[in-house]
Design a protein around this ligand. Structure first.
Ligand SMILES: C[S@@+](CC[C@H](N)C(=O)[O-])C[C@H]1O[C@@H](n2cnc3c(N)ncnc32)[C@H](O)[C@@H]1O
Length: 225
């Protein structure tokens, strides 16, 4: 027996609402679902983050910042190398999850997590040696302006690393491209990444690709070292 058209319509409506809710949570995990999504992001982005990290030199004395820190795994990873680590995220759920994930380091005074937007970082100029942004820049409202805001808080010679598991022209683009479009995310090619860093005022831009998996890691430095 076929389900009635009303039941079918109801099913599609529920599936659509669920998809919209999940997409919203990836962009900005709220307090309610934040713990779950943060846990999910920590797990699903671990291979990407672990691949990217060796590309960035992190001195033991470094002060580091992770922008869009999600579940806080990257903060924890930075703290294994850097002296002081800050994390910011504009979503309350991500802040709660990052604090929980780094509870011990926060108690030791080595990690600090704040709710803030990348567009308005709550830090003085020239404060950080390294800044990381993993799987988050897609959602920034003013990509070039936000990169310039990060440039402001970097020390001269300090470096920003932007990492993504999808980019225009990658092997997985045919599958992930339309999904990213649905999420309303910006999609950049390798050349777009380089142009963005240069337009925002960075120098010495280096880009690494993991072509088999369609990952990208772009690094640029603040001039004036
Ligand atoms: C897909 S998650 C990635 C989280 C984490 N970086 C990781 O690799 O697992 C994107 C995160 O970026 C945060 N985010 C997006 N736009 C932001 C903005 N404009 N300012 C600060 N955080 C932002 C979201 O709240 C979310 O926690």
């Amino acid at each position: 027996m076929h389900p009635s058209p009303y039941l079918l319509a109801l099913r599609y409506a529920v599936a659509f609402c669920l998809a919209v809710y999940l997409a919203g949570q990836v962009k900005k995990p709220d307090r309610l679902a934040g713990r779950f999504f943060a846990w999910l992001m920590n797990r699903s982005h671990a291979p990407l983050t672990d691949w990217a990290f060796p590309h960035l030199e992190i001195p033991g004395s470094a002060t580091a910042l992770d922008v869009g820190c999600g579940g806080g795994r990257t903060i924890h990873k930075l703290a294994a190398q850097a002296a002081q680590v800050y994390g910011i995220d504009y979503a309350a759920g991500s802040v709660v999850a990052s604090r929980a994930h780094n509870q011990r380091l926060i108690a030791e005074g080595r990690v600090h997590v704040e709710q803030a937007s990348v567009s308005r970082l709550p830090f003085a100029d020239d404060q950080f040696d390294v800044v990381t942004a993993i799987e988050t820049q897609y959602y920034w409202s003013n990509l070039q302006g936000d990169m310039q805001e990060i440039l402001r808080v970097l020390k001269p010679g300090g470096r920003l690393m932007v990492v993504a598991e999808s980019y225009k022209g990658a092997r997985n683009d045919a599958v992930l491209g339309p999904v990213m479009k649905l999420l309303g995310s910006s999609r950049l090619s390798v050349d777009d990444h380089r142009a963005l860093f240069l337009a925002a005022g960075y120098e010495g831009v280096e880009i690494a690709e993991e072509r088999r998996r369609g990952w990208i890691c772009a690094i640029g430095a603040k001039p004036g070292a």
